[in-house]
Each structure stands twice: as structure tokens, then as C-alpha cells.
Design a protein around this ligand. Structure first.
Ligand SMILES: *Cc1c(COP(=O)(O)O)cnc(C)c1O
Length: 379
């Protein structure tokens, strides 16, 4: 097999990461909630206009915090798209809820808002829209249905940071939203995340849950004279080493997003006629969405064509990858009642989707090579 010359993803330094880590060390504070954690939270709060942002150790942990904040009880249900990351559902299941899988739209691959109301039962507590590839869900409808039926909205915004829906930032539309700073995301610190708290009544309890169930944050603000165990909780604070790395990446957000916009557009422009000829579909971005440029995916005409394309690229040293397997058909999903045929769009697109190399340091020459290799492919 040819050596892989163009990986699917590669974490890249933007310049100041290692200086900031040294600075954190020299300050003598490496545990959580130091100066860099505050700078990251403040940057996100100010840019997005979110009342409270708490950095976490992952998006999964931010989703778990959402489950804890919602006080989910055994038997409570949470509606999730079946075409999603494992912990989009798993974080809620871990805290006792039953995930209810809903199919996605064939154009954006986002939770199909037309199916939401019928998935709701008297036990439904929340819905988790995931903005796939950083293209917004149809949030007007989702927010209206959730409002009418009294459901919390938790945006899984792992792909969508700095994307917009009708001029509003993704991550600011639900009562809660979660971010990921995993190595594969637009901005990263290796493993990391954040909980965006748009409904400020959750802010104080969220601090407590994140700090082992103690009121330590209130203590440091001088609001209580000693801190103690007051609620459920765990340890969801990232260390300052991670926050220092992340701050450098967040500072470079405009440069990173601009680079990713360019990558996306070069793929789209370079592949449009090939796609039309071969029956492949390129991503749909509705007019009301300013996407976050998280990835470039295509839908091939069949599973066989998708596998053949991945194989042909690999022969040329290029790694392209598929994506989510339908959650409702996973071993765990079946235990929650998932059955074949219940989310037909998810089952179909999961077989046909391929993602092309997409990372901040992908050069024009490398991208041209990928485009040429795709264009040379005929199913
Ligand atoms: C990456 C990702 C997650 C999980 O992020 P972690 O930070 O690795 O926990 C959750 N949801 C979606 C949609 C993701 O892409």
C-alpha cells in the first residue's frame, strides 16, 4: 500500500500555543479556571453574546452537564438525530434518559424538523439539534415546536462554532449548547469543550456541577465564606495547559475560518462538474445559513461507489473517510428500540457519504492533488 501523504486531518499550530503554555507554567497555575480559562470563556462570551461559557474537558462532558442540569430521570426521553456522534445520544443515556432517534433531512443531513413533533411523548424533556458540518438545523421550526411542547433545546454545536442561522450565532439558539475542541475540530486543544449557557438560570448550578458538586466558584467570588459539597457533580475543568493552547487557537479564529472557507470553496468549485457527471451530491447550504466550514463531504451514488472512491484515493496516498453509522442500528441504539427502516435517510446517507482531507494547513497543491484524484475517479 502507498504511504499516506495527505491525511484526513492534522492538528496545526497557529503560532502562540507553546508561548502561552509556557506563560501558564511560569504563572505557577496549571489546574483549571486560571487566567487562560477565563480568557477563553470571555472571548467566547463576548464574541457570541452568550451570558456564560464554561470550558470543559470535552463536548461529551458538556453534553453530560446538560443532562445533569436538566435533572433527567429514568424514563425521560431526549430526541436526537440518528445521524450523529455517539455521545450526542450517549451523554444523555449515561444519565438515565432514553434517546429517541429521529431521521435527518436528505439535503442538510440535519435533524428533520418535520418529524420532531411526532417523536415527542409525555416523557420527552429535550431535543438535541446537531448542526451537521456546521450548517444550521431549521431552528425556527425546532424552537417553535420545542417551545410549544415545553422541551429544552441543547444544540450539539461541535461542528458549528462561528456559523450563523438567520444572522444569529450557532450555539446561542438553544437554552444550552455544547462545543468541542477535539483535535478534529476547527479550533482545538487536543481534547476539550465548552458549555454555552444561554438561559442564565442554569449558570450557577452549572458551575457547581463542573466543580465536583461544590460551590467553589461562589467562594472565590467572595459570595460564601467557605466552600462545601452542595449538589451532584464531577470534574469537568480542563487544565490551564489546555486552555493556554486553546486561547491561541481562538485568537486565530478569523484566519482559521477564512482558510477553511477557501478550502471549502476550492473543493466545491473544483468538483461541481465532476459531481454532476457522476451523480455525486455536494453539500447543501440553505440561504439562511452561514456555515462554519467544518468539513467537505460528498454523497456518492451508492455504497459501492463510495468504497471504491475511498480505495482509489488511498492508492494515491490520500485519506478520505466515511462518517456516522446510524445510531438507531448500533448495539446500544437497538436496546433503546432502534429498528431498521425507521430512519431511512440516515441509513442511506451513512452508506454513501465520504469526507475529503480538510485541515488548516492543507496547501493548495495538496488540495489540487485531492481534487485531481477525485476527478479521475469513475464509479
Ligand atoms: C466531536 C463531536 C462530539 C464530541 O466531542 P468530544 O469533545 O470529543 O467529546 C460531539 N458531537 C459532535 C457532533 C462531534 O462532532
Amino acid at each position: 500500500m502507498t504511504a499516506l501523504r495527505i491525511p484526513f486531518n492534522k492538528p496545526t499550530l497557529t503560532g502562540r500555543e507553546l508561548d502561552y503554555i509556557r506563560e501558564a507554567y511560569e504563572r505557577g497555575h496549571l489546574s483549571g479556571d486560571g487566567d487562560f480559562t477565563k480568557r477563553c470563556s470571555r472571548l467566547l462570551e463576548e464574541q457570541l453574546g452568550v451570558p456564560r461559557v464554561l470550558l470543559t474537558t470535552s463536548c461529551t462532558h458538556a453534553l453530560e452537564m446538560a443532562a445533569l442540569l436538566l435533572d433527567l430521570q429514568p424514563g425521560d426521553e431526549v430526541v436526537v438525530p440518528s445521524f450523529a456522534f455517539v455521545t450526542t445520544a450517549g451523554a444523555f443515556a449515561l444519565h438515565g434518559a432514553k434517546p429517541v432517534f429521529v431521521d435527518v433531512r436528505p439535503d442538510t443531513l440535519n435533524l428533520d424538523e418535520r418529524l420532531l413533533a411526532e417523536a415527542v411523548t409525555p416523557r420527552t424533556r429535550a431535543v438535541v439539534p446537531l448542526h451537521y458540518a456546521g450548517v444550521a438545523c431549521e431552528m425556527d421550526t425546532i424552537l417553535r415546536v420545542a417551545g410549544d411542547l415545553g422541551l429544552a433545546v441543547v444544540e450539539d454545536n461541535a461542528h458549528g462554532l462561528f456559523g450563523k442561522y438567520r444572522g444569529r450565532w450557532l450555539g446561542t439558539l438553544g437554552g444550552l449548547a455544547t462545543q468541542s475542541f477535539h483535535e478534529t475540530k476547527n479550533m482545538t486543544c487536543g481534547e476539550g469543550g465548552a458549555l454555552l449557557i444561554n438561559d442564565a438560570r442554569w449558570a450557577e448550578r452549572a458551575e457547581i456541577l463542573r466543580e465536583k458538586g461544590t460551590n467553589r466558584s461562589r467562594f472565590f467570588r467572595g459570595q460564601v465564606d467557605k466552600y462545601t459539597w452542595v449538589d451532584k457533580g464531577s470534574s469537568y475543568l480542563p487544565s490551564e495547559v489546555l486552555a493556554a493552547f486553546l486561547f491561541a487557537q481562538l485568537e486565530a479564529r478569523e484566519r482559521i475560518q477564512e482558510k477553511r472557507r477557501r478550502l471549502f470553496e476550492r473543493y466545491r468549485d473544483g468538483l461541481a462538474d465532476w459531481a454532476a457527471e457522476t451523480g455525486a451530491t455536494l453539500p447543501t447550504v440553505p440561504d439562511e445559513c452561514e456555515q462554519a466550514y467544518h468539513m467537505f463531504y460528498m454523497l456518492l451514488p451508492s455504497l459501492e461507489a463510495r468504497q471504491a472512491l475511498i480505495g482509489a484515493l488511498r492508492e494515491k496516498g490520500i485519506l478520505a473517510v466515511f462518517h456516522y453509522l446510524p445510531l438507531h442500528l448500533s448495539d446500544m441504539g437497538r436496546r433503546y428500540g432502534g429498528r431498521p427502516g425507521t430512519c431511512p435517510v440516515t441509513e442511506d446517507v451513512s452508506d454513501r457519504l465520504v469526507r475529503l482531507p480538510f485541515y488548516n494547513e492543507l496547501s493548495d497543491a495538496e488540495q489540487d492533488e485531492v481534487i485531481a484524484a477525485v476527478r479521475a475517479f469513475r464509479a
